[in-house]
Design a protein around this ligand. Sequence first.
Ligand SMILES: Nc1nc2c(ncn2[C@@H]2O[C@H](COP(=O)(O)OP(=O)(O)O)[C@@H](O)[C@H]2O)c(=O)[nH]1
Ligand SMILES: [Mg+2]
Length: 395
Amino acid sequence: MSMLVGIIGKPNVGKSTFFSALTENQVEIGNYPFTTIESNKGVTYVRSKCPHVEIGRKCSPKFGKCNEGVRMVPVEIIDVAGLVPGAHEGKGLGNKFLDDLRRADGFIQVIDGTGSLDRNGNFVGHGKFDPLDDSNFVHEEIVLWLSSIISDGLIKGLRKIESEGGKIETFIATKVSGLGIDEKTVSVALKRAGVPSNLREWNDDSTKNLAEELISLSKPGIIVATKGDKMTPDERKKLTEKGVIVVSGDYELVLRRAAKAGLIEYNPGDKDFRILKEDKLNKEQINALEAVRSYIRENNGTGVQEAIEKLVYNVLKMIVVYPVEDETHWTDKAGNVLPDALLMRDGSTALDLAFKIHTDLGNNFIRAINGRSKRILGKEYILKDNDIIKIISSH
Ligand SMILES: Nc1nc2c(ncn2[C@@H]2O[C@H](COP(=O)(O)OP(=O)(O)O)[C@@H](O)[C@H]2O)c(=O)[nH]1
Ligand SMILES: [Mg+2]
């Protein structure tokens, strides 16, 4: 079970192209709203330095791959379609798509950097629309959606707590547990939202403030402006200065497909590429590739790989941990070296890792062993990035 990232945004901004570039999967790419009727799920990778170089033996990843010491750690992503103003009330494709966000650990909001689309995703002409306008309504839709989940049966629940006792955080946590939000997070959100201690004073604003805090605590995200290849340097600069990551999904897709076909040498995140089979390319294709080359040289890559890594490492603060069965050789039972690379939240413990691998391993946890120092670690040991860990259980 890896982590999940949701890609959201209004129609036509370039979500499916961006998703496709990240996953190298074929999905329908179209120029009219609601092309993507079914949510698309796929797997992408974030880079991490692989410890196999330390013992001089090649690793055998069960998922993902390793290119010359750069381990590609899998991340599940989902292309969530049809988010328009009013989606939480069922407009566009409505709630079904917001529901896709339930399981997501975080999200990437894609906006159209060229400012060519109105709020509903209709083409209105380059620069006719403020690209950043979307970020407000998308955030608002998510908050309203969560508010409606919290509101459902809220008054009755609050009255019951008043008359019979009980904890408000427990009550709210049961409502939002399907979204992967636990009671501890609800507790923090309630404090931050400043909801009234007298439950009779609870109103719609209290609910909305709570939803805002829950989103920022449990579903953090980044904004990515795509179609960078169609933007002027000035348009790109303006967005970058606002903390938006400018990318070209289109160019990344071209590069990954050409690399997959063996025509060029290119790895995600590279700032340049090498043509391997010039004889297999016609003049038009070479010109197209050279246009991509001048863009990525000027802009330090297409930005696609940076975007996913910024979300995973900097915003969600994930670390990579390698569970093994044999702490001496760093293998599983079958002798595969470093078979699994798991993303875990910074601050996770050895016990969290055990539970992530298997509930039984968590329940029967005895101790863990650090694969490098061979030291014994207790339940509470805080995992470090790149740790190699063996878990010992009573089974
Ligand atoms: N030039 C350029 N066009 C893009 C890029 N990404 C998407 N597009 C185009 O924008 C349109 C909508 O793209 P799509 O990925 O289907 O958007 P979605 O509705 O958000 O999934 C299509 O015509 C794409 O070819 C990009 O990075 N550069
Ligand atoms: Mg789409």
